[in-house]
Write a protein that binds this ligand. Structure first.
Ligand code: SF4
Ligand code: SF4
Length: 261
C-alpha cells in the first residue's frame, strides 16, 4: 500500500461490503471541475499507458510534458505523478472548461473518486481490497443520480482493466517491501532504470527486448512473445513478470528457458 493510500484510508470512512451510495458528476453540478486542481495524482503504469492512448505520445514525450518521476517510499520502485500546471490554480494539464480532455483514458484515481481503493495481502498471501468513501465538503455530487455499491461504481467507471493492472503494480511493491534481501542492498541504478522502462516506457522496453534477445532466454510461447512485442499492455504485463523474476529470483508467471517447473 502506498503512503498516499495509507493517508487516504486513515482520513476516510471504509465502505461496508454492499453498502450503497448515490452519486453523480456532470457539467450541471455547481462544483464541476473543482476537483481537478492542485492534486497529488499518482499515475500507475497502466494509467500512463492509457493516457498516452489519447495523447498519442511516446512514453518519453509524455513523461517530459506531463509527469514527475518519483520513487515509491521504502521500495524505490519508479512512480509517476501528474505534473500540475504552473498557473495560480495548479490545474491538471487535461482540465478544460468543458471537462476532462482525456475522459476516455482518465487515470484510475479520477475514475474511482469519490471512492478510494487500497489493496493488501492477507495472511494467505491473497490480495484483498478495501474501499473507502471520500465525502469532501466541496463535492456536490452526493445524494443525486444513481444508487451504486462499490462494484457497480467500478463497473460504471470502466475500472476493471485498471484495477487488474494496478493490482500487479501494488503486489510487486508489497512483495519487494517484504523481500528482505532486496531491502538490505537496495535496488541498483541499473535495476531502477530497467524497472522504469518495464513499468512506464513499454514502447522503449520493446526496443530493449528486440535488441537484447531477452525473450529467447525465457520459457514463453511464440504467441505470447509476439503479443509482448506488439501490444504495450501485454508488454507491461510481461514487465511485471520479468521484474518479479529478476528482482526476487522467482515468479509463478515466468521461468528461464530450460529451468524445470
Ligand atoms: S485527468 Fe481529467 S479527471 Fe483527472 S484530474 Fe485531470 S482533468 Fe480531472
Ligand atoms: S467536486 Fe465532485 S461533483 Fe464536483 S466535479 Fe469533482 S467529482 Fe464531480
Amino acid at each position: 500500500m502506498t503512503d498516499s493510500s495509507k493517508q487516504f484510508l486513515s482520513e476516510h470512512q471504509e465502505l461496508a461490503p454492499g453498502e450503497r451510495f448515490r452519486f453523480a458528476c456532470h457539467p450541471g453540478v455547481a462544483c464541476f471541475g473543482a476537483c481537478c486542481s492542485a492534486l497529488d495524482l499518482m499515475l500507475t503504469p497502466y494509467d500512463a499507458l492509457r493516457l498516452r492512448h489519447t495523447t498519442g505520445q511516446t512514453s518519453r514525450e509524455f513523461i517530459e510534458l506531463f509527469a514527475n518521476l518519483m520513487a515509491m517510499p521504502e521500495v524505490g520502485l519508479p512512480m509517476l505523478h501528474m505534473r500540475m500546471q504552473a498557473d495560480t490554480r495548479h490545474k491538471c494539464p487535461f482540465q478544460r472548461d468543458t471537462g476532462c480532455a482525456v475522459y476516455q483514458d482518465r487515470p484510475s484515481a479520477c475514475r474511482t473518486y469519490p471512492l478510494g481503493r487500497a489493496t493488501q495481502r492477507n495472511a494467505e498471501g491473497e490480495l484483498v481490497e478495501r474501499i473507502f468513501m471520500a465525502r469532501e465538503a466541496h463535492c456536490q455530487g452526493f445524494d443525486e443520480g444513481t444508487d451504486f455499491d462499490a462494484s457497480a461504481w467500478m463497473h460504471d467507471q470502466g475500472l476493471e482493466p485498471y484495477n487488474e493492472a494496478n493490482d500487479r503494480y501494488m503486489a510487486l511493491a508489497e512483495d519487494l517491501r517484504a523481500f528482505e534481501e532486496l531491502a538490505k542492498r537496495h535496488m541498483s541504478q541499473k535495476q531502477l532504470g530497467m524497472a522504469g522502462l518495464a513499468l512506464y516506457q513499454p514502447d522503449e522496453f520493446q526496443l530493449f527486448l528486440a535488441q537484447s534477445g531477452l525473450l529467447d532466454r525465457l520459457d514463453m510461447t511464440p504467441a505470447r512473445k509476439d503479443e509482448v512485442m506488439h501490444d504495450e499492455a501485454a508488454c507491461l504485463d510481461f514487465g511485471y513478470d520479468w521484474l518479479e523474476l529478476s528482482l526476487m529470483g522467482h515468479t509463478e508467471h515466468l521461468r528461464p528457458t530450460g529451468q524445470k517447473g
